[in-house]
Design a protein around this ligand. Sequence first.
Ligand code: DP6
Length: 337
Amino acid sequence: MKAVRIRTSPSLALVKYWGKLTRGRNLPATPSIAVTLGGLDTATVIHTRSHDQPDEVRLAGQVQEPARFEPFFTELRRRLHTDLHFLAYSDNSFPSSAGLASSSSGFAALGLGCTCLVSNHGCDTPVMPDQVLTALASELARIGSASAARAVYGGFTHLPAGAKRAERLYGPEHWPALRILVAVTSTAPKADSSRSAMERTRLSSPYYGPWIHDAKVVCAEALIALDRQDLQRLGELARLSYLRMHASAMAAEPPVLYWLPASLGVIQACATLRTKGVRAWETMDAGPQVKVLCLDQELGRVRQELADAVPGLSFIEAKPGIDPDLGEWHPQREPDA
Ligand code: DP6
């Protein structure tokens, strides 16, 4: 097997990872809980290359900065005892690098796809990743981007503080009525990457310590609310988590400020919806987009009221996603040399 195709979806944190431990490689300092966003897709094809060719990743046809991927590929080869190199083509069905967690679906695809290619190298009958390989893929994906550790699974996931890999909490069938409405306020790539922004928060925000301490408390309660499918409580906790994350980041020097006027408009429109008895709870990541948690039967109303309240929004509707889909790729054409 020389090439693999894989479909992954981004991992949206309900309880946020923001900050790294000072030991280890890209270990999260806070625990996070996430849902995989079915409806947003990253399609990736990965080819093996010989050891004398460079690793290369292309996103929407654009060659990506090799330094961003080097730790991932180096660790992959070390752990899997291989000297193979890789060429990956990836395309997102949603705006990239705009705070929609495209690095999570991207590195999850690389983790799963490269692990599968190495373990099937030279085999005629391919074997797809089992639980052990998926756990290893989660660990490797984390080296690339910690949120990606969660995106190797569909449904609902947990990445404990300091953990090397994520764990699956539930499949998507746990809460089929849950919906996530992504309100896109801007498709411009973000100026401040989550990686540099969270590091700046750690180094300079006086609120970083309290944020780390509080995140554990919020996460413990959110695990219970998720288990009970209690949208009211989970929504309240998701809101606390993102607001406290952003509060600590805004207090960094220089400040980390991702919000646009339209982001605030959506936040206020969600508050108004809740006063009318509609269960709509927003969350935000390292970008200006706002993701709104609600239920299937109220999705239409939430979308309409947000569109009326904030001109110029576009929307993507998501629900708890299924596991990544992976299979052998038979190239119609050879990859560029
Ligand atoms: C706000 O996983 O992109 O989306 O590990 O440095 O690549 P790196 O960071 P990344 O950070 C995600 C931050 C977040 C919250 C979350 O997804 O938990």
